[in-house]
Ligand binder design. Sequence first.
Ligand code: AMP
Ligand code: ZN
Length: 456
Amino acid sequence: MALQLYNSLTRRKEPFAPIDPANVRMYVCGPTVYDFAHIGNARAVVVFDLLYRVLRHEYGAAHVKYVRNITDVDDKIIEAARTNGEKIEALTQRTAAIFHDDMAALGNLPPDVEPRATGYIPQMIAMIERLIAGGHAYAAEGHVLFAVGSYPEYGRLSRRSRQEMIAGARVEVAPYKRDPGDFVLWKPSSPDQPGWPSPWGRGRPGWHIECSAMSEAHLGPHFDIHGGGIDLIFPHHENEVAQSECAHGGERFVNFWVHNGFLSVDSTKMSKSLGNFVTAHDVLQHWPGEVVRLALLSSHYRDPLDWTEQKLREARQTLDRWYRALSLFAVESEASGTEEAKVVEALKDDLNTPQAITRLHEIADTVFRNDADRFPLQKALSVGGNILGLLGSHPLDWLHQGEAEISAKVKERLAERALARKERRFADADRIRAELAAEGIILEDKPDGTTEWRRG
Ligand code: AMP
Ligand code: ZN
């Protein structure tokens, strides 16, 4: 079966075929670097890392080019630098470094190219000049605006009416706009704001033109896959399409638009502005990266994923189980099974991770049943897990490290509970027992006053 991907442009699952049969080109919108990435941002990175891995598996690692940008010029960055009393370059370097560390801890491969917007200002200016020359953009009061009326296809990706687009984009009403839906390609900078010389005076680019220019620089005007979270469909991706297609005489920009669903908290999208976020950095202080990654992949990438501790606990139990299956003794053999293919097939069906996870469980079940040759099963478990970016540790390292961590934690809690019992704070003692039970730790009080524990 060919890889099937849901294309937001056609709203259908379609068989994927690259423009150049031997080389796949993918662009994903990366972070705006002004503070820590939250776990919803991390979901987007993990989802496209998985797609990257599946593409590499299908086409060979040398035949997939994955570009993910860093937005290092943006009003939110200017604002954060001012608040922190920090230089813009220091802020963007520092935040990008943390992003890299956190994403590596989650098992993400680095993209092949990671362009930073400030390195592509001449390309952005050149694209804006082409748009003006083609009658798709106009300069007004130091700004350059894209004229949405010049592009009849505007709204095709998001399938919104003009009224919906204007309301949804919350575009500024400005006297110099010919149409309220026109959006900024270039804007003037005051002396204290970052800026570059341009034909329209000293200024800086709008966000949308950054991705059009960086994707063109690395992948050409027409490429295979463009990704990001569903919140980016409008206005960001709609505007990218308008800019890129109009700058290239209407040539198609992207074949497949792929968008991940939201990570939510109590059914509300996790976002910085709502304040209902946890940073990936924080979660990684408490849980191994692999556990967090599996929790992020436990739902299908287009479905919402409600973020709970329970998901992390389940992911840890699953990984413990898979690593236990891998740690069992097996006689090496040449035998190869068909099990691994079932995991790959699930992923090739629009990255169906819940199904891939079920299949990995089935393989582990067979290992534990011990009625078949273990070696090919363990190989399938390991290869299948690796495509998901999981099971990369040595099984014994994982199991020992897990045990040591748990036993240290449980000992601490048992000491607290013993003190509570001694001081006759029985409600506290019961609460500790219940909390440990929720993490799968069962306590047994012995007649001699000591307490033993085991994993339930
Ligand atoms: P931002 O920093 O808001 O521009 O987002 C960076 C990336 O994370 C984009 O691809 C967003 O679509 C994605 N994203 C932001 N919030 C969430 C969320 N709650 N769940 C999933 N993806 C998100
Ligand atoms: Zn973008």
